[in-house]
Design a binder for this molecule. Structure first.
Ligand code: KG4
Ligand code: ZN
Length: 395
């Protein structure tokens, strides 16, 4: 089975085509094509993601990126000569794309000129995320489905972040990356930390989620981004803070000038709060006469340690309270080296398995959406055309 994944929930435009095959060791997933266009440079001048710009960029880049992905997957074939579309198809895709004029023009051209690619299903992120951005991917998927009669699986972005952790890399076949799916022992606990989410999710069974903890204010990635901005570092702040913290760590200085709070560390529930931590960084900065690179490094280091302490304490409590067998890590902030190390240590201490995605698959991508689509298809989820983009979609 070949599945196309489409992701446009935030500032990454991404498409991926995977092929799934059975082997004696279970299903094997081969990545036939995987393309991502990051809009980060475009949003940097705004200091964060600007939703309408994200939407425009997705609309501009999706079709060329999809063509590139088809070529990479060896599924791109031009018609002998361009064919006009039937009146019915033209009417239907005009309806689907009535608010996406630019995409409509590009897609009409595409349908006239290329043969239907051999794809069995389309998985598209329909939430959570920035709604104007999500709509681009959703209408694009619906138009492809309509023109080529391919089934569509609306897919939850956070589920993508969860399932991508179970990909276990095998040796490349014909230069294509391929994966097996690791076994998940249940109950599993997912710690999801991204720009928009901080969640502890209990998974008692395959694809069955219960949110048992969340943030009462900022998400972890949001706190990283805001603290970075206070330090005068560009968006996205996570990788910046991580680098500054690393630089401080390498200096191996034992004197500590800054101490930030560990919010809700001892609260009885599984909720997080990061806005107080962010504010105490802000107050500290106001007290300083000057902000040297060295001070930035130490602040980044102490901020990151505070985040890690809270994440680990809450995750540990959730593991113990629910007799968790597998710890799953997901979301863009999981790209952070020190957070990865701390979670791996925790899993070792608790003697449970840990599933953690490759760094490249931690931040937003379309592979995770294709994989979530695949898992939902084998779990019996049916194709749908009657769904909306939903900014607040929950697991
Ligand atoms: O999952 P993601 O790519 O997008 C959302 O769904 O939000 O996560 C993006 C977030 C941003 O806040 C970014 O600063 C953070 O992940 N991030 C990191 C690192 N790489 C990305 N945070 C800490 N350390 C990193 N290395
Ligand atoms: Zn994400």
């Amino acid at each position: 089975m070949k599945i196309l994944g489409i992701e446009t929930s935030c500032d990454e435009t991404a498409v991926c085509i995977i092929e799934t095959n059975e082997s004696k060791d279970g299903p094997v997933l081969t990545v036939l094509g995987n393309q991502l266009y990051s809009q980060i440079a475009k949003h940097q001048e705004f200091g964060g993601v600007f939703p309408m710009l994200a939407k425009r960029e997705h609309a501009k880049n999706l079709v060329p990126l999809f063509e590139k992905c088809l070529k990479e997957a060896d599924l791109f074939k031009l018609k002998p000569s361009p064919k006009t579309l039937t009146k019915k198809l033209e009417k239907n895709i005009e309806k689907i794309l009535e608010r996406e004029g630019e995409l409509l023009i590009e897609l009409k051209k595409l349908f006239k000129t290329i043969e239907k690619p051999n794809i069995d299903a389309i998985a598209v992120t329909n939430g959570p995320g920035l709604e104007p951005a999500l709509w681009v991917g959703v209408t694009f998927a619906k138009a492809l489905g309509e023109a080529w009669n391919i089934s569509i699986i609306p897919t939850n972005h956070m589920e993508g972040h969860i399932v991508v952790s179970s990909l276990l890399k095998r040796t490349n076949i014909k230069e294509k990356t391929n994966y097996q799916i690791s076994e998940t022992k249940y109950p599993a606990l997912a710690l999801l930390i991204s720009g928009g989410h901080t969640q502890l999710v209990l998974i008692k069974n395959n694809l069955k989620y219960k949110i048992i903890g969340g943030t009462v204010d900022d998400a972890v990635g949001e706190a990283y981004d805001k603290v970075a901005r206070m330090l005068g570092l560009p968006y996205p702040g996570g990788p910046q803070i991580s680098q500054y913290a690393d630089a401080w760590q390498k200096k191996n200085i034992s004197i500590q000038t800054f101490k930030f709070p560990r919010p809700m560390l001892h609260s009885k529930n599984l909720n997080f709060s990061f806005s107080g931590l962010k504010t105490s960084v802000l107050y500290k900065l106001k007290e300083l006469k000057e902000l040297t690179e060295e001070i930035k490094q130490e602040i980044a280091f102490e901020f990151q340690n505070a985040v890690i302490d809270v994440l680990i304490a809450k995750t540990k409590t959730a593991i113990m309270e629910n007799e968790v067998q597998t710890l799953i890590a997901g979301g863009g902030v999981i790209a952070n080296k020190d957070i990865r190390i701390a979670l791996e240590k925790l899993a070792e201490e608790m003697k449970i398995n840990i599933l953690i995605p490759e760094i490249s698959a931690s931040t937003d991508n379309a592979l995770m959406i294709a994989v979530a689509g695949y898992m939902n298809i084998i779990a019996g989820k049916k194709s749908s055309t009657d769904f909306r983009a939903s900014g607040n979609l929950s697991l």
